[in-house]
Write a protein that binds this ligand. Structure first.
Ligand SMILES: NC(=O)c1ccc[n+]([C@@H]2O[C@H](COP(=O)([O-])OP(=O)(O)OC[C@H]3O[C@@H](n4cnc5c(N)ncnc54)[C@H](OP(=O)(O)O)[C@@H]3O)[C@@H](O)[C@H]2O)c1
Length: 341
């Protein structure tokens, strides 16, 4: 009789409840199932790194969005870097390192659509989920296509030390602009100034008057506001916008756990005063140009002009707690879960 190996165990994290307000660990459930077997045209991928991203909070809710919500009882969605362990798809071989939306689980099937091959010789494979993945692409296209910073202008970036924000500030500097960040701790602000090259950074959590601190940090006013957070930080930015300013609405993380929109000051008047442009951004809109951005980002990393920071936690079972923490600002750098070596 041929020796048969026991089926691989696939740990999966499912969405159990739609959270009201901040998610809790009890909104998730881990189950174990046998790993699936690829059919003709499919590959089986062993997950190595899982990316945790703010958009995941949106997928837990049924609110109108640009993507469908995760169904109750379904595996949580998420970007993964993994190794092909079985292939019945001619485009992939066993051992290939790939990146794709494969979910919170040890093993996932893919028909190859949306699966990107990663060259492990170019950069650590985890970067395919960060600076050389969706967050890096977001920073690149949102800043350059919508923000359009010019030499000498002032660019303000919220969540300035994060996966997207950290890259935005550095590209702003490469473009010759003054980069001002807002971040949620003294350590994050010091990192922005000392490692990423920001010219100024406001710790909005410690600040007694964010508007006054921002005014000091951006004495010539604000030409580009790259918004990752919304809420109180954006309220402080709008009155400081310059004529023909560009506001890039990339994220609104301060609002993601709210069930009802927060009532804030009504600041649209400043758009008349400044004839500023406010534009929403979605990285998918630039899918056809990802190659161009990845080549440029990789070149900047190689030249030492772009640095990145990862916040890596070990163990798939940690993913719910780390996502809950991300939505409170507990991550410091691109949030990743290491699932296997
Ligand atoms: N539109 C797109 O295509 C697109 C693509 C990717 C990402 N995004 C958006 O970009 C933003 C940044 O994403 P990322 O992946 O780079 O995450 P990240 O910045 O690495 O992590 C999230 C950060 O947001 C800040 N934050 C968390 N809760 C907050 C709150 N209640 N109020 C204010 N700030 C809070 C924290 O930084 P501090 O401690 O500094 O506050 C936290 O570290 C998110 O809003 C995300 O939705 C949009």
């Amino acid at each position: 009789m041929p020796a048969t190996s026991p089926p691989l165990v696939n740990r999966q994290i499912l969405l159990l409840n739609r959270p009201a307000g901040a998610p809790a660990e009890s909104d998730f459930k881990m189950v174990e199932t046998p790993a699936p077997v690829p059919k003709e045209g499919e590959v089986l991928v062993r997950a190595l790194y899982l990316s945790l991203d703010p958009y995941m909070r949106g997928r837990m809710s049924e609110r109108a969005s640009y993507a469908r919500p995760v169904a109750l009882g379904e595996v949580m969605t998420g970007g993964v870097v993994g190794r092909v362990v079985a292939s019945r798809n001619a485009a992939f071989r066993e051992g290939d390192i790939v990146e794709g939306i494969l979910g919170w689980q040890d093993y996932a099937l893919s028909n190859g659509k949306g699966l990107r091959k990663i060259d492990p010789r170019l950069a650590p494979i985890s970067t395919a989920l960060g600076v050389l993945g969706m967050p890096g692409l977001t920073a690149y296209f949102a800043l350059l296509e919508l923000g359009k910073p010019k030499r000498g202008e002032t660019v303000v970036v919220s969540a300035a030390s994060g996966a997207v924000g950290g890259i935005v500030g550095q590209i702003a500097k490469i473009m010759g602009a003054r980069a001002v960040g807002t971040a949620g701790s003294d350590a994050k602000c010091r990192y922005c100034l000392e490692e990423l090259g920001y010219d100024a950074c406001v710790d909005y959590r410690a600040s007694k008057d964010i508007a006054a601190d921002l005014k000091r940090a951006a004495p010539d006013g604000i030409d580009v506001y790259f918004d990752n957070v919304g809420g109180a930080v954006s309220d402080a930015v709008f009155p400081l916008l310059n004529l023909r300013a560009r506001v890039v609405v990339c994220g609104q993380i301060s609002q993601y756990n709210l069930d009802k929109p927060e009532l804030g000051p009504r600041l649209l008047w400043h758009l008349i005063r400044t004839r500023a442009r406010v534009e929403g951004f979605l990285v998918w809109d630039y899918a056809e140009r990802y190659g161009e951005a990845l080549a440029q980002l990789a070149a900047w990393i190689k030249d030492g002009r772009i640095k990145y920071k990862e916040d890596v936690t070990s163990g798939l079972e940690q993913a719910p707690l780390k996502l809950i923490g991300l939505l409170k600002g507990e991550n410091f750098g691109k949030a990743l879960v290491k699932i296997a070596d």
